[in-house]
Design a protein around this ligand. Structure first.
Ligand code: AMP
Ligand code: MG
Length: 294
């Protein structure tokens, strides 16, 4: 009798997606930040009510692949994955860390957030703190903000002159080329919320005592600079979306969508490593006999 329990491979994209999020979301030359519809749900035909079940199911798949990556590193595989999260305040970076990455075993996750550099960090090259935070072999690294701040807030606020930040785009490309060549798969995600949605989320932070800790008065100053940020994000996408480390544009007004989409991007990246469970480096049958005897 045929086994009807499974009609598709576990790796199949759930049917609620019409396209791989990767195909829908990868930045294409000519894409304009000003045209992004942050409320859109590209490639997804389901609705919000489908999200909890689907996310739970795909979280399990993600966690399994993460464990496989970890297991292979024990057998000498040195590859790793690095999720780079960029987005304005309230875009939902923290939610991705909590609800998507949080599904995996923390043992194999190297999480790092990047805020305003410390005096020590400032005394070094901007990639110094980034290199120190790269994922170990077999781990999934998560950058909550990243080296891209050095061409975003730094550019918007003139923290260094243009002749200093301008060469950084090429330098970042070379840096990422080096990472990819050494076995790190980059998943670069730019999360976009509309100004209206951001206003709602900031207002909520001001209403709820349990959200005060997330609120920073400077968020409003950044918000007022949105046109300048738009330019900086556009330049970042135009100049650092490469075939080896492309950017993905994730509309993030609907948190359930951005989470599902980024989850699929991670699953796809892990699947691309073509892993299997590492074989036993001992004689399984002999070990069974030995165990039975004691
Ligand atoms: P948050 O992510 O809300 O904790 O905020 C961190 C803040 O640090 C954001 O406003 C970032 O733009 C800022 N930040 C991160 N990296 C840099 C950098 N290299 N230079 C200046 N500010 C930075
Ligand atoms: Mg913040």
């Amino acid at each position: 009798m045929t086994d009807t329990r499974r009609t598709k491979e576990p790796d199949d994209l759930p049917s609620l997606w019409t396209h791989q999020p990767h195909e829908e979301l990868t930045f294409r030359p000519g894409d304009k930040v000003a045209d992004i519809d942050a409320a859109a749900t590209p490639g997804f035909r389901g609705s919000k009510s489908d999200a909890p079940t689907l996310q739970e199911e795909r979280n399990v798949r993600f966690a399994e692949l993460q464990e496989m990556l970890y297991a292979n590193s024990r057998a000498g595989d040195t590859r790793s994955v690095l999720l780079v999260l960029q987005g304005m305040d309230t875009a939902g970076k923290g939610g991705i860390v909590k609800h998507v990455v949080g599904a995996a075993n923390p043992q194999g996750i190297d999480y790092r957030s990047f805020g305003k550099p410390t005096p020590e960090e400032l005394s070094h090259h901007y990639l110094w703190r980034i290199r120190k935070a790269l994922p170990q072999p077999g781990h999934i690294g998560v950058f909550d903000r990243s080296h891209y701040e050095d061409v975003l807030i730094v550019r918007v606020h003139n923290l260094v002159p243009p002749d200093v930040w301008e060469p950084r785009y090429d330098e970042i490309n070379a840096f990422e080329r080096e990472l990819v060549d050494s076995g790190t798969t980059l998943v670069k995600v730019a999360m976009f919320v509309s100004l209206d949605e951001q206003k709602k989320r900031l207002a909520e932070r001001l209403e709820r005592p349990d959200k005060f800790w997330k609120y920073n008065p400077a968020d409003i100053d950044e918000r007022m600079k949105w046109p300048l940020y738009q330019e900086a994000y556009q330049a970042m996408l135009d100049r650092t979306s490469t075939d080896y480390a492309p950017w993905h544009i994730v509309p993030s007004n609907r948190k359930w969508y951005s989470r599902l989409a980024i989850l699929e991007l991670l699953i796809e990246a892990l699947k691309g490593l073509n892993m299997s469970w590492p074989p036993a480096d001992f004689d399984v049958e002999a070990e069974k006999k030995r165990l039975a005897a004691v």
